[in-house]
Design a protein around this ligand. Structure first.
Ligand code: ASP
Length: 326
């Protein structure tokens, strides 16, 4: 028992040679967000507040693919999406197709708390944002020069990508499911449990580079990219189409619920059975267990537990001599 928190900044094909100018700001943000989350848990804030708070911070960091820094659609626009879920009540809220909302995760929470629905998208979600008076900015605010460059490169290769930092070699005439490419950074998410076993999960993303207009990924899909119940909370990252097919979040919970598996065994089973290079997740259990599993080459991630253990890492810590920071 005891509180626990885990967060991620996306899973993908992250080369060990990732230059310090790309690695360090992200590590620093993970460290800062972990500190914020831990302080909130220690101050007895409910896990739902904690995951929202942490994901807002991650959304505000242009180095991650959410909020400002979201990757671009094929039309060079931003379509952000997010989901939040409370474990004990299974209340949840989700949004998609946002182009002006600064913190998609907070709008998802408002959908959960202020509407009879779970999921609002595109014009309806934007109108709801205006009605609720959440912070909005001109759509151009969210578009960074790095993401214009990523889109240019992805288009040159006819690739749809989680994110892009390496040259794309394959050139195909049309974008199809077979040319969803590899990536190195992405979506953000956070899961938390308090000392009383209250659980929550939150995930936010700009989706895939060069995605079709209107494409919805796993992040806002309850039971795929985001899920929480009375046993565990999960936030996934990776190739959304694969994560939706595998119902990653719900499968982890179902293995615990129906088969009595531990969080680690359940998460490892789901990740190992997902197509290689597609899936990462962070998860916490009602007993304060933390799992950060991925079948990609890396995942930006951080966690802390009440017993004093904590970790910030990108690659597999044993095989690749990763950074394990206090
Ligand atoms: N899962 C996200 C999506 O497919 C992308 C990511 O995790 O980086 O929209």
């Amino acid at each position: 028992m005891g509180w626990a928190i885990a967060l991620h900044g996306g899973a993908g094909d992250i080369p060990l040679s990732l230059p310090p100018e790309r690695r360090l700001p992200r590590e620093e943000t993970l460290r800062r967000c972990l500190r914020i989350g831990v302080a909130a848990l220690k101050a007895n804030r409910p896990p739902l507040d904690v995951v929202e708070l942490v994901v807002r911070e991650l959304e505000n960091c242009p180095h991650f693919n959410a909020g400002r820094g979201s990757v671009l659609t094929t039309n060079a626009t931003v379509e952000m999406e997010a989901c939040i879920m409370d474990g004990n009540t299974k209340r949840c809220g989700a949004v998609s197709g946002l182009s002006t909302v600064v913190n998609a995760i907070s709008l998802a929470r408002l959908v959960m708390e202020k509407t009879p629905h779970i999921y609002l998208a595109f014009d309806g979600a934007e109108s709801f944002a205006r009605e609720q008076g959440v912070e909005t900015r001109d759509a151009s605010h969210f578009i960074t020069p790095e993401n214009i460059e990523r889109l240019t490169q992805a288009k040159a290769a006819n690739k749809v990508q989680i994110d892009y930092t390496q040259p794309v070699l394959e050139k195909t005439p049309q974008v199809s499911s077979s040319n969803i490419g590899d990536s190195q950074i992405g979506t953000v998410g956070c899961v938390a449990v308090d000392g009383n076993g209250n659980l929550a999960a939150a995930t936010s993303t700009g989706g895939l580079v060069n995605k079709m207009i209107g494409r919805i990924g796993d992040t806002p899909i309850v039971g795929a990219g985001t899920y929480a119940n009375y046993l565990c909370a999960i936030s996934a990252t990776g190739k959304g189409e694969a994560i939706i097919r595998a119902t990653v979040g719900r499968d982890v919970a179902a293995l615990m619920e129906y088969k009595g598996l531990s969080l680690k065994d359940a998460a490892d089973c789901v990740v190992e059975n997902s197509p290689k290079g597609t899936t990462g997740l962070v998860a916490v259990s009602v007993t304060g267990e933390v799992v950060m599993a991925f079948n990609t080459s890396g995942m930006f991630r951080a966690c802390a537990k009440e017993d004093g253990t904590s970790e910030i890492a990108i690659w597999d810590s044993v095989e690749n001599g990763d950074l394990l920071l206090p």
